[in-house]
Design a protein. Structure first.
Length: 47
């Protein structure tokens, strides 16, 4: 279910949902941080 459907279902706007409820938990924050760090790494064919 996408955020627009949720907003309609609870009779609010997408902006309000994102502002008050779309907060990442600790695990999501760490995954996002790791994702950015992995993108910076480079691997060569020599291992």
């Amino acid at each position: 279910m996408d955020i627009e459907d949720v907003a309609e279902r609870v009779n609010t706007s997408v902006r309000v949902l994102k502002k008050h409820y779309d907060v990442p938990d600790r695990r999501e924050e760490l995954e996002e941080r790791r994702r950015h760090q992995i993108d910076k790494l480079s691997f060569d064919s020599r291992g």
